[in-house]
Design a protein around this ligand. Structure first.
Ligand code: NAD
Length: 499
């Protein structure tokens, strides 16, 4: 097997990315923790925003189905580059091969969705109380869309936003995570090919800015950025949200989760076991939708929890490129330290921890861990926060309503599941008095959403929605139009005003 560095450099070359420099942002592979190369930081974000802002004046007038053609071409280019880009995601973010490829498939899927959407940016026709009048809504492009993304979905989240924003008539400026600048460069090169084939897109329509927090802040604060879509931690959202609100721009916030599942007494336990294993261990616990809390009914807990512990003990950990590996590395040492700290806190509360150790076969520079299954005496301490690592806290319950209350008693509200074959329990969990999350599933885990649904969550998860359903409305401005085709001028609410 090649070194991650050599493999990454050869993929970048094959995707047409110019050679990396020797200064700027350092890109590492979490597979061996070693440096791959450097990427230049963007020094003049204002100039980039200026180009995108100028592009808006042209792009907003291009008919939406024609804008969809650009996204269709992007989908074609992504199909051609799927293997290379998927492998690069594995090298830079540490996902196992099938998840790296799955992430690129998600980009292709959202392109397909957006192409159809480009002919369906519908407004309503509304009954008016005034004779000889017609009232309707029209949706217009809103302006430049800034896209700030997290390391753990280094390319798909850009695509969720960019595919919709572009068909909606908005230029896009992407600030990827400083931990994953290479997949961003590669995606940008793929986009350039689609732009070239498209032919007459305005300069500045699709921009990439590289750097850390300061580069993100330049997008957050600039009045020429009309929509700011930010995906990352709640800490980041707490900084970004008020600043975007202060200038009355449109925020789309996709922040942290602390996702839970309930295993009811009637659950199909074999199905639940497999779903929970993927949701809690997959992506080494580094999905926003990763399952982090599990409530098991006391009547099945003694049978179920040991089975789950057995799965935890047998899961293959290692180089994510190797066939059979299910758990790759954590992104960096900070993630590993955060996990150990949370486990120490749990132990101090009297928890029983299965697994959770540092897996040191791969040298000190990489951060591999054994996923942790933690039987908690109570729903408190580290259970209430998101630790971005494979820790699953397990609690027992006897009453469903009490379990739902605990389920909802965390600050985050992203994704949730119930495993049950009892229709009444399933419906209760999905009802107004059930899970308070943006994603509420039955008999599947909380992670692994498809692009057709609106994606996002409530409370400290930020309230934003991306991807499918009517999430496109977040990228447009709505105008209500009233047209008088009569010779009279009746006023609404029966008001008279004779001059
Ligand atoms: P992070 O918050 O550290 O960084 C995310 C991005 O925000 C990066 O590009 C970073 O440079 C930028 N950033 C940070 N502070 C900023 C500021 N003050 N102004 C502007 N930009 C700023 O997150 P991370 O560690 O890369 O990703 C993991 C987190 O992301 C987890 O909390 C996870 O749950 C969350 N996440 C959420 C979703 C979702 O859809 N809800 C999806 C993926 C990840």
């Amino acid at each position: 097997m090649q070194t991650p560095k050599n493999e990454a450099l050869s993929i970048l070359t094959s995707l047409g990315v110019p050679p990396l420099g020797s200064s700027g942002l350092a890109a590492h592979s979490p597979i061996d923790g070693k440096l791959i190369g450097h990427v230049a930081e963007t020094s003049d974000v204002g100039a980039v925003i200026g180009r995108a802002h100028a592009a808006f004046k042209t792009w907003r007038l291009v008919p939406a189905p024609r804008r969809g053609e650009l996204v269709r071409l992007l989908g074609e280019e992504l199909r051609a580059a799927k293997d290379d880009l998927g492998r690069l995601v594995t090298l830079e973010a540490g996902k196992i091969t099938s998840e790296g490829l799955g992430e690129v498939q998600e980009m292709i899927d959202i392109c397909d969705f957006a192409v159809g959407l480009s002919r369906q940016l519908y407004g309503l026709t509304i009954a008016t109380e005034r004779p000889g009048h017609r009232m309707m809504e029209t949706w217009h492009p809103a302006g430049v869309c800034g896209i700030i993304t997290a390391f753990n979905f280094p390319v798909a989240v850009w695509a969720w936003n960019a595919a919709l924003a572009l068909v909606c008539g908005d230029p896009v400026i992407w600030k990827p995570s400083e931990k994953t600048p290479l997949t961003a460069l590669a995606t940008h090169a793929i986009m350039q090919r689609a732009l070239k084939r498209f032919g007459d897109a305005p300069e500045g329509l699709v921009e990439l800015v590289q750097g850390g927090r300061a580069v993100g802040e330049a997008l957050v604060d600039d009045p020429r950025v009309a929509i700011l879509s930010a995906t990352g931690s709640t800490r980041m959202g707490r900084e970004v949200g008020p600043r975007v609100a202060a200038r009355f721009a449109k925020p789309i916030l996709e922040l942290g989760g602390n996702n839970a599942a309930i295993v009811a007494a009637s659950a199909d336990l074999d199905l639940a076991l497999r779903a929970i294993a993927f949701a809690a261990i997959g992506t080494a616990g580094q999905r926003c939708t990763t399952l982090r809390r599990l409530f098991v009914h006391e009547s099945v807990a003694d049978a179920f929890i040991p089975k789950l512990a057995k799965v935890y003990a047998s899961v293959a950990i290692g180089d994510p490129r190797k066939q059979g590996t299910l758990v790759g590395p954590l992104i960096d040492r900070g993630a590993l330290d955060g996990m150990q700290k949370a486990l120490d806190e749990a132990r101090a509360m009297g928890a029983t921890v299965h697994g959770g150790g540092v897996h040191d076969d791969f040298g000190a520079v990489a951060s591999y861990v054994t996923p942790a299954l933690v039987e908690m005496p109570k729903h408190d301490g580290p259970v209430l926060r998101e630790t971005f690592a494979p820790i699953l806290y397990v609690l027992r319950y006897s009453d469903l309503d009490a379990a739902i209350e605990l389920h909802n008693s965390v600050p985050q509200g992203l994704a949730s599941s119930i495993f049950t074959t009892d229709l009444r329990e399933a419906e209760r969990f999905m009802s107004a008095a059930g899970s308070d999350c943006g994603i509420v599933n039955v008999n599947i885990g909380p992670s692994g959403a498809e692009i057709g649904g609106a994606f996002g969550g409530e409370k400290e998860t930020g309230g934003g929605r991306e991807s499918g359903s009517d999430a496109w409305r977040g990228y447009m401005r709505r105008a209500t139009n009233t047209i008088n085709y009569s010779n009279a001028l009746p006023l609404a609410q029966g008001v008279t005003f004779d001059v």
